[in-house]
Ligand binder design. Structure first.
Ligand code: FES
Ligand code: FE
Length: 440
């Protein structure tokens, strides 16, 4: 098998070994050297708005109990009882001041302290020091613009350093209105038989697939006939494997300014965004991208503004939780501007359900494709390619040809087209760098 150094050189030349999607050894290394090292998105602050609110989430196989304590502080614990390991809280969300384990009934408070033991005084004596048996804390917990991330790595860089230039774009999508965003409904979850890198890379760097994969939207008259329609705009490569596409219409603008957001909010944009950020928001039809490793987002506008088809706009964040080399659980949050009118929020929610919700048309298109990529990547020829075959996949679009747009007002290296494999190459370079760091 070729070395990861050789793989890295290939990625830089726009070639990815296809076994990267299905190899079990690589998968185990990803969990340890990527997911256990980096920041993982787990929730939005609006999900735990009040003291006592909690949600349960996963970072791959680590169960997380995230709550807001009575002092308003966010806390994250391993959702596994310190006695014999039972999953402490099995609800998805709720409001509680204490958590009692279903196995033997130990009770923990919001500070993670063990405060109650069934028959405690009768069955334990001096051997029990309750202060030693609290919930285990998740090492790092930070948020940016309401987006809560956790890390299992005590030495992880700060969340702000991790996000880097992505903060500027999060400011536009999440901080454009004064009171920020709120999650509408609860996050949807579903399983796709694919590899986490395929979905993350698809959202991050692959607007090229839309004309074919989402052909039905063209046939329905929702998307233009022009096969280049998703190429207009900028693809921006950011640090740490992150990337974002800011898609416009062919003439570099949009039919409805400010992403179709209601006019009553426009004044807030003036206060909250810089002129450069407003210029980007003004022109963009769709924001779509990924934060390495597995947080993706899409923020499209939709509608004509006519009486039957109101303008809608939402931000959909989703994580691709690895369950196996060929299996992920999608967790998908719908965010809308808190300050928007209720009718706009509801219309935007419906627009999300019909497009990127679990049964949404675009979602179905993508899931089908991603499943078949993995199905076609498991065989002998793929797994043994280094011996007999040169089984690399093609990520060469624009390589050494498309030059950055020096006039781009935001952070990152911006290219004047979204049909480009620049983000994908950076994504896989980050991937191989993290695996290589584990060998050093
Ligand atoms: Fe939780 Fe025993 S495992 S009380
Ligand atoms: Fe798609």
């Amino acid at each position: 098998r070729q070395t990861l150094e050789e793989v890295k050189t290939k990625i830089q030349r726009g070639m990815l070994p296809q076994w990267a999607f299905t190899n079990h050894d690589i998968y185990e290394r990803e969990l340890e050297h990527i997911y256990a090292k980096t920041w993982n998105f787990i929730a939005h602050e609006s999900e735990i708005a009040n003291p006592g609110d909690y949600v349960t989430r996963w970072i791959v196989n680590d169960p997380i109990l995230l709550l807001r304590d009575k002092d308003g502080q966010m806390k994250a614990y391993l959702n596994s009882c310190a006695h014999r390991g039972m999953q402490l809280c099995s609800a998805d969300f709720g409001n509680k001041s204490t958590f009692t384990c279903p196995y033997h009934g130990w009770t923990f408070n919001q500070k993670g302290e063990l405060i109650g033991i069934v028959a405690g005084n009768k069955v334990y004596g001096h051997e029990m020091d309750k202060s030693q048996w609290g919930l285990r804390k998740i090492p790092r917990l930070e948020s940016y613009r309401g987006m809560i991330f956790a890390s299992l790595n005590p030495d992880a860089e700060s969340l702000e350093d991790f996000l880097g230039g992505m903060k500027w774009y999060f400011d536009i999508m999440l901080g454009r209105t004064t009171n920020g965003m709120e999650v509408r409904g609860v996050p949807h979850r579903w399983i796709i038989n694919t590899n986490w890198k395929i979905s993350s890379d698809n959202f991050g760097g692959d607007p090229y697939h839309t004309a074919m994969t989402h052909r039905s939207t063209v046939e329905l008259g929702i998307s233009p006939q022009d096969p280049l329609y998703a190429s207009y705009g900028h693809q921006v490569v950011l640090e740490n494997g992150h990337g974002i596409n800011l898609c416009t219409t062919k003439d570099g603008g949009t039919k409805y300014p400010y992403q179709g957001l209601p006019k009553e909010l426009w004044g807030e944009f003036e206060q909250n965004l810089t002129p450069e950020q407003r210029a980007v928001l003004y022109k963009t039809v769709v924001f779509v991208g990924s934060c390495f490793p597995n947080l993706s987002f899409v923020s499209p506008m939709h509608g004509t503004g006519g009486p039957d088809e109101p303008l809608t706009s939402f931000v959909n964040f989703r994580t691709w939780r690895p369950l196996a080399p060929d299996k992920i659980e999608v967790c998908s949050w719908l965010l809308v501007d808190k300050d928007a009118p209720e009718s706009f929020k509801e219309a935007s929610y419906k627009s999300y359900i019909g497009s990127f919700g679990p049964a949404g048309t675009l979602e179905q298109d993508d899931g089908e494709i991603w499943t078949r990529v993995v199905d076609a990547s498991k065989g002998y020829m793929i797994q043994h390619k280094d011996v007999h075959y040169d089984n690399v996949l093609n990520y060469i679009m624009g390589l050494d040809r498309v030059e950055p747009d020096e006039s781009w007002p935001g952070p990152g290296v911006a290219y004047p087209t979204c049909y480009l494999d620049a983000i994908s190459r950076a994504f896989y370079e980050q991937w191989v760098d993290m695996l290589l760091a584990s060998e050093a």
